[in-house]
Ligand binder design. Structure first.
Ligand code: DNO
Length: 410
């Protein structure tokens, strides 16, 4: 696998010269300064590509070229926005970049309730607590119908037995303070969305109001409608992808559950099969995010990798642990539900040059004081990267694939 790293551009505190020293071969990044819905010009793409190449690496994958909301809910200007998207794809291909990670999640790109949840060893990881999320939905967002939905919420079989999430959210309401509410909004809406070029920014003054306006756009959009809009988008861009050799790879929904009354359509095996079959071009593919998929108790991550390897263009290695009560956290890259050793074996057999990045990592050993983006620590991710490099080298030995550790003489 090509060992890549998500880097947030020239202002990232983690510099390219640091990344060269830890075995990174390819960079995963985006033009984070281009506003949503505007064309990525060749000049801007070239400038960043050359900057990366100046450090002896290549720009391997774009994560993300954002699909704006109007394309997702089918707004009046969606065809215009699809044309903008096609132009950016052509410009990226002309600069030699051929893999695009995007998502089709309405409103919220990804969600966690706690960004620094302490592990037994003193480090911390991202965490999702259903009761806190329900509290946010009912008491902060005040979404109509939320209370009724949480009243009938059921965990997948084997988890959360006897748990009443609504009762827990109501109990929480008695202990929450304005400061705690603020922290939850920061975690769910601000700190996780701004840096991934999502809909919300650090300096948004009324994020909850803005959130409600986004939700309103989806009032008539159910699962079938969102699927139809995804198919419409993919069919529209595929001729361009075929003409310029562009591989599109959708990121699974994170977490793979329906949130805040919004449909989510890249959660399960059946969902993935659906969109791959709906538009059967090889250029319509998947970002195999083992972390997102393993947060769904119904997902057998290894079986999914076997089934979808040939349509996978990019891999995120990360693993989740689901607690008996249904909440989940991000586990070690050597543990959790997403058997990363077996995943590496599957993907190395399929295509040894597939780009892979370790996704998220522990916050550890001072990472917490450095102001890194949530989940994107340096030492924690570097630790995971070291573990994954060891797995790749071992699997390559088993498979007779030559392994070269970048950055050394031998
Ligand atoms: C979070 C990331 C996501 C991902 C996008 C892809 O850590 O995995 O923000 O980049 O959903 O479009």
């Amino acid at each position: 696998m090509e060992k890549t790293w998500r880097w947030f551009g020239k202002n990232d505190k983690i510099t390219l010269s640091m990344l060269r020293q830890i075995g990174v071969e390819g960079i995963v990044t985006a033009l984070h300064d281009v506003p949503l819905g505007e064309v990525w010009t060749r000049e801007k793409i070239r400038d960043l590509r050359e900057y990366i190449e100046g450090y002896g690496m290549r720009w391997s994958v774009v994560e993300s070229l954002p699909v704006v909301e109007t394309i997702k809910y089918g707004g009046p200007d969606r065809d215009y926005q699809i044309e903008v998207y096609k132009t950016s794809l052509r410009n990226l291909a002309a600069e030699g970049i051929h893999t695009i990670c995007y998502n089709f999640m309405p409103v919220l790109d990804w969600a966690r309730t706690d960004l620094l949840h302490e592990n037994p060893n003193g480090s911390s990881n991202l965490y999702f607590n259903y009761a806190e999320f329900a509290y946010f939905d009912i008491y902060i967002l005040k979404r109509p119908g939320a209370r009724e939905e949480w009243a009938s919420f059921r965990f997948p079989e084997g988890y959360g037995e006897g748990r009443d999430v609504l009762a827990e959210a109501d109990a929480l309401a008695k202990t929450m303070t304005p400061e705690k509410d603020h922290a939850l909004v920061e975690n769910i809406v601000i700190k996780t969305q701004g840096f991934v070029s999502g809909n919300f920014k650090e300096d948004d003054e009324a994020p909850i109001q803005k959130f409600r306006e986004f939700l309103a756009l989806y009032k008539d959009i159910d699962k079938a409608a969102l699927r139809a809009n995804m198919k419409y988008f993919l069919e529209a861009i595929m001729p361009v992808c075929e003409e310029c050799g562009m591989n599109m790879c959708v990121h699974p929904d994170d977490p793979p559950i329906e949130v805040l009354g919004l449909p989510r359509i890249v959660r399960t095996e059946e969902d993935i099969r659906w969109f791959l079959d709906a538009v059967p071009s090889k250029h319509n593919g998947l970002t195999f995010c083992a972390g997102s998929l393993s947060a769904g108790a119904y997902n057998d991550v290894v079986a999914m990798a076997r089934e979808f390897a040939s349509r996978t263009h990019f891999v995120h290695l990360r693993s989740c642990h689901i607690f008996p009560n249904g909440d989940f956290t991000e586990a070690s890259h050597l543990g959790g539900r997403a058997d990363i050793i077996e995943l590496v074996r599957i993907f190395e057999k399929e295509n040894p040059s597939l780009p892979m990045r370790v996704d998220h990592g522990m916050t550890m050993l001072g990472d917490e004081t450095r102001g890194y983006n949530a989940g994107y620590s340096f030492l924690g991710r570097m630790f995971a990267m070291g573990q994954v490099q060891g797995i790749i080298a071992t699997v390559d030995r088993e498979l007779g694939i030559p392994y070269k550790q970048p950055g050394f003489f031998d």
